[in-house]
Design a protein around this ligand. Structure first.
Ligand code: SF4
Ligand code: SF4
Length: 176
């Protein structure tokens, strides 16, 4: 044991250092907030609870093509179709990793990740989101122009040019 360690041990200096730090923090500004009365702003593009989008006349946009089912890496989406109609749509939220691939893959802009993060429940069965709940989440969390803004801001390519970016190698093919 060094002299320095012996002094530390017998003078309780670390305890006094800790108490001094506590005292300093008691008079500084709190970094915590009074949730749920106070809330921090949500970051743009936040990926929260899913919703199924509706068109302007209030009908579900989903046509049941199943692209979201195919792309989902967690395999947590299932779609049921009958006679050309979407009769069921389910997302097992507990398995979702919020990658957003379903939103990107959907050719109809029919699924969104809303800003809602408050959906903790007591039973895991309640986190199997069914079609009706997903549709009502659209009304609840994407009111007015929010849905349109969402797709324009985050989920549409910002460029009209879908060609190969300059400098990136691309397959040119054989000249006929
Ligand atoms: S966000 Fe990703 S993991 Fe979640 S449902 Fe969509 S594709 Fe699947
Ligand atoms: S949400 Fe989109 S990708 Fe998924 S089944 Fe419906 S239309 Fe197809």
């Amino acid at each position: 044991m060094t002299v320095r360690e012996i002094i530390k041990r017998f003078t309780f200096i670390e305890i006094f250092q800790g108490m001094a730090l506590t005292l300093r923090k008691m008079f500084s500004h709190a970094v915590t907030i009074q949730y749920p009365k106070e809330r921090r702003p949500i970051a743009p593009g936040f990926r929260g609870q899913h919703a199924l989008a509706k068109d302007r006349s209030g009908h579900a946009k989903c046509v049941g093509c199943g692209l979201c089912v195919t792309i989902c890496p967690s395999q947590c989406i299932s779609v049921q179709r009958d006679k050309g109609q979407v009769v069921g749509y389910e997302i097992e939220v507990l398995r979702c990793i919020y990658c957003g691939f379903c939103v990107e893959a959907c050719p109809y802009g029919a699924i969104v990740l809303t800003e809602n993060y408050e959906y903790s429940v007591y039973k895991k069965e309640d986190l199997l989101l069914k079609k009706d709940r997903l549709l009502s989440s659209w009304d609840k969390y994407m009111p007015g122009k929010m849905g349109e803004d969402y797709f324009n801001k985050f989920w549409r390519p910002m460029s009209e040019d879908f060609g190969t970016p300059p400098g990136q190698s691309g397959y040119k093919g054989k000249k006929q």
